[in-house]
Design a protein around this ligand. Sequence first.
Ligand code: NOJ
Length: 613
Amino acid sequence: MSAENRSAERPPAESRSAAGPAAESPAAGTPSPGHPSPEGRFESDPAAGDARPYDQGAWWRDAVVYQVYPRSFADANGDGEGDLPGVLSRLDHLADLGVNAIWLSPFYPSPLADGGYDVADYCDVDPRYGTLADFDALVAGAAAKNIKVIVDIVPNHCSAEHPWFRAALAAGPGSPERERFVFRDEPNNWQSVFGGPAWTQVADGQWYLHLFDSAQPDWNWRHPDVIAMFEGVLRFWLDRGVAGFRIDVANMLFKQDGLPDVVPGSQSGPLMPGQTAVPYEHQPELLELYRSWRKILDSYPGDRGTVAEMWFDTDQARPYLTGDGLAQLFNFGLMPTPWSAEEFRTVIDESHRLARETGGSIPWVLGNHDVPRMVTRFGVDQDLVRAPTPEVLLGRMDVDVELGTRRARAAALLLLALPGGAYIYQGDELGLPEHLAIPDEARRDPMFERTLRTFMGRDGCRVPLPWSGTAAPYGFGAVDVPAPGAPDPEGAPDPEDVPGAQGALGARGTWLPQPEDWAGLTVAAQRADPASTLNLYRAALAIRRDHPALGDGDLTWLDTPPGVLAFARDPGFTLMVNFGSVPVPLTRHRDVLLASGPLDGDLLPPDTGVWLS
Ligand code: NOJ
């Protein structure tokens, strides 16, 4: 069967075997009010009332999800790039950390023009990451550790190598094949999100639309083949046991009819009063599409979720969160927020209110593979976060890593104490800073070239994780980290001492170079240090798992001096973070459950967070 047929005509879900990992409902367990029964249905929760459109007990409402960027997580075959067997081999790290689920960024066959967000086959695994059998083994291995797996779906665009796009190029103007994409004889004035025009001309003179890189042609979502193909993709991964999907650029799939020019002054993303949206975001057809996807998810046992990637204002978000559609949008508001109690509070209030009003879920995010790491964001002059200069866009600025680390640790306690779910980006649990010194010739993010090298791109937060040892590749690839709890992490072998470890990577090294000063940040080094960032996350997640006040619910702000945030959550929990520059007294409490740094008696030092009971 040709590759084209394979992706275009997947057999209907009913005809495929249910005997794989899909049969193991990740939601299996003892039913309790508001929690899934073994069949995946929900027992009614009297406290939830009838007003809420979504099940209040759905796992994704208050889950802590860990984002795995597969190319940089762990490399089992020693080729310098991470892979799915690598993730499987490190599940102990994730179980020990205590996360509820992992989200895998794309691992599908791809030329990697945009790190895998250029998908050439939606229903397979790129050979550099492994095989479908490896994927199944990962889902099963994760389920055995009570970790769910969600995968990325990339519906706005595919790769220029996708068989349907190749067929469209070959078939020529006016062909049915071209109608699955957005071909025109003349381009309009739209610009790519990555910089430069959003149109590329092909040999016969027509132009195709790509809101991102030219290697990522946009699908035509008004074409029935596209709708049917993606329904098949959802079913394909649901059948394999995924607990849900992260939907890439979920707000852009449909473009306004007629593809009108962007009006000068109109805005992508959140709008200020009086601003007009660009004609390729938030088109009304999206809501209907997501309702149909929700029906597909709900037709599966267990409790499968979607989380949508989009930047939004509350008016834009409300329709997705209300009713029977997506139900969950990432809460990106904290990522561009500078270290300021007032500015953090504004974002928290607005998002929390939106979630309460709609009954939807807006999990908190402090980092992902698209933004500079928080240690670095919080370690620079915060005016540069408010208004990055051209120098900052190129990574040229002074960073106080020690200060950034203290703040990032305090922010982690805030993140995990807020009502609702939270996402942790791989490496944030290690307090990794952005790698700012990647040589230009080693950069891989298309944004670097498409912005004519005026923006360094996103490679600095995608550097392979350091697992052990004192020099690159820090155990990424060949050296095992001792299992959690194993004695003598000091004794972890140095990569240089392990036969074949460096050799396996060869002169090529890791796909992105790692900094030279990460020896103290490896998983092995941090396991051995009770005060490490890794152990702070472990302790916070362990408390969060058992504490009845944490997870979904409400918060009550407490009166505090300027520069300090404090809220209470019932029963008996208080969070306090000092964003200011002088120590402040701790609010009334019985015990200190956890602190992000040393306390000064009953004083909370600057840039420190604390959980109190
Ligand atoms: C959002 C993804 O997170 C990003 O990495 C990607 O480049 C764009 N969508 C385009 O797919």
